[in-house]
Design a binder for this molecule. Sequence first.
Ligand SMILES: *[C@@H]1O[C@H](CO)[C@@H](O)[C@H](O)[C@H]1NC(C)=O
Ligand SMILES: *[C@@H]1O[C@H](CO)[C@@H](O)[C@H](O)[C@H]1NC(C)=O
Length: 213
Amino acid sequence: MASNAILLITLALINLIYTSFAFDTRPLLDFCVARSNGKACKDPKAVTANDFFLSGPNKPGNTSNPNGVSVNYASAATVPGFNTLGLAHARAEFAENGYFPPHTHPRASEVIYVVEGAVEAGFMSSTPQNKYYSKILKKGDVFIIPMGLVHHVRNVAKGKSVLTATFNSQNPGFINLPNNILAAKPAVDTAFLAQVFKLDQNTVKDLQNKSWI
Ligand SMILES: *[C@@H]1O[C@H](CO)[C@@H](O)[C@H](O)[C@H]1NC(C)=O
Ligand SMILES: *[C@@H]1O[C@H](CO)[C@@H](O)[C@H](O)[C@H]1NC(C)=O
């Protein structure tokens, strides 16, 4: 009897450990119609330090756009050494009041590091908890955005802010929610979106006709 109980507890613990460490394999793309998993490797003899190097992400960005933000993104597409390592990197610069609207990276968690200025970063946990976690980050602060969760970042400094973001995916993906929903091509049915957002159709039509980036 006692040994049965010990066996059950042991099995329950093993199950708990497996559950805590269980992890889905991560796709590299939104979908993969033809087989494609990463890119062919360069001959190791031809690899140089420059394959792992990127110069210039610190150059001032052009934030003259509706969101007041510029991104210098580095991934396997621009730095071949990133290939297969499950990493990507970005430097973002915000004009005063600049922002990233609510968005998700479906394949990556993100580490935000503030280089200059101050930003508010926040994410929401899944339904039904739907809890909002946010922080004002100042120079030198770090904040983590868990994989796939909806989040945003906005400049709260008087003047510009700069941050770096590191992603644990070669291709984190970027689903910009306003753009994704309101500027989809072809357009999502206006009457349906009006129903979803509890708005009148003219308001939704107006939203769908705006420029979203
Ligand atoms: C910044 O971008 C805007 C809009 O695309 C463009 O009109 C402007 O010339 C750019 N400025 C610089 C310095 O490149
Ligand atoms: C969409 O916006 C443009 C101007 O940006 C306007 O000329 C056009 O009439 C609008 N269309 C609708 C259907 O509202």
